[in-house]
Ligand binder design. Structure first.
Ligand code: FAD
Length: 325
């Protein structure tokens, strides 16, 4: 079975578990994988499998952490981390070693290799703030390429690996640029509740507690995290919604407004409701969950029903954040 946090029974024609860089080079050398349908999987924390995958899955299990350079004057350290390392494990290791900047990314499920692809983010910090370089291999040719931070063209949960290089590269490792000084990012409103003074340890513990108070732990309840993106609407659309629903949750975004998709779903009556074996999480309506034995089709059926009701009530089209396979 291919690992996935939704807990869906997922299979593929072939699964190749990549153990290290030379193994990856060997696997890509013949060029066969580039000619077949292929999918790179880390922890499967953002994937919803709706069918047996008709091709090869490269399952990234390469491990390793190495300090490349430390500059005591600049107070910086560059650390290379293999793609198959668990991101949360590295966040904890970094705190233990006195490398700072990734504390706010604690408890995000998944691997280091997916972090730049997704530009993962939480509590005011994104992968783009700490990624120095991404070492990747072109799947078709097996050629290595180093992407600088700028090359990655990071956006909100977005990068070049989701657009022009989608499915073309496999990330082998990520070099993070971290600080030897602790200068916590506490800008996110919810962090005001943390006890002061904040230490690296209390920050990761506090954020992990905040996260798990409203998100389902994958080992207990299956999900892919936030299932929908927060939609952006025009200012006039927002004004119309605001006059009808004064408590609507939204933030200015460019010329328009970003609406909280969870609020829209909740106010469409879906929070805590199920359709078949899939449900809308009772503590956070943005998350669809496995109620036991859920299939990819169950997820899509519920997602379509939620999308239709939100569209009918608010005139807003929800876009999926989870990747449908
Ligand atoms: C409970 C829960 C909470 C979550 N909270 C957050 C959150 O706060 N913030 C956030 O940003 N995300 C969150 N997520 C989503 C998820 O954690 C991230 O998307 C994470 O980066 C997925 O990592 P993964 O290794 O599981 O990737 P996968 O789900 O296996 O893959 C995701 C995508 O990345 C690609 N990919 C994976 N590894 C590689 C690689 N080595 N090379 C090339 N491509 C690769 C895959 O092909 C796929 O397109 C949450 C998920 C869950 C289940």
């Amino acid at each position: 079975m291919i690992p996935n946090t939704f807990g869906i029974n997922a299979t593929a024609d072939q699964v190749v578990a990549i153990q290290n860089e030379s193994h990856l080079q060997e696997v890509l050398a013949s060029g066969t994988i580039g000619r077949l349908p292929h999918l790179v999987v880390g922890g499967g924390s953002n994937l919803v499998f709706t069918r047996p995958f008709p091709g090869v899955v490269l399952l990234m299990q390469n491990k390793g952490v190495a300090v490349l350079a430390e500059d005591p004057l600049e107070r910086k350290v560059s650390v290379k981390v293999s793609a198959g390392e668990i991101l949360d494990d590295f966040v904890h290791l970094a705190v233990a070693r006195g490398w700072h900047g990734m504390e706010n990314l604690v408890a995000i499920p998944g691997t280091v290799g997916a972090a730049p692809v997704q530009n993962v983010g939480a509590y005011g910090v994104e992968a783009k703030d700490v990624v120095q370089e991404v070492n990747a291999y072109e799947i078709a040719t097996g050629k290595k390429r180093i992407f600088s931070n700028a090359d990655c063209r990071f956006g909100y949960r977005d990068s070049v690996f989701k657009h022009e290089f989608k499915d073309l590269y496999v990330v082998e490792s990520v070099v993070f640029s971290l600080s030897l000084d602790f200068d916590p990012n506490l800008n996110y409103a919810a962090l005001a509740s943390l006890e002061k003074p904040v230490t690296p340890e209390s920050l990761v513990e506090g954020i992990a507690n905040l996260r798990w108070s409203k998100l389902p732990r994958p080992e207990e309840i299956g999900s892919a995290g936030s299932f929908f993106k927060n939609p952006i609407v025009t200012a006039s659309h927002f004004e119309k919604l605001k006059s009808e629903y004064p408590d609507i949750v939204a933030y200015p975004a460019g010329d328009g407004f970003k609406l909280a998709a969870g609020w829209l779903i909740e106010h469409s009556g879906w929070k805590g409701k199920n359709l078949g074996k899939c449900g809308v999480y009772e503590k956070q309506a943005l998350v669809l969950v496995n109620r036991g034995g859920c299939t990819g089709e169950d997820v899509l059926r519920l997602a379509s029903a939620v999308e239709a009701d939100v569209q009918a009530k608010f005139g807003v089209l929800l876009e999926k954040e989870a990747i449908i396979v």
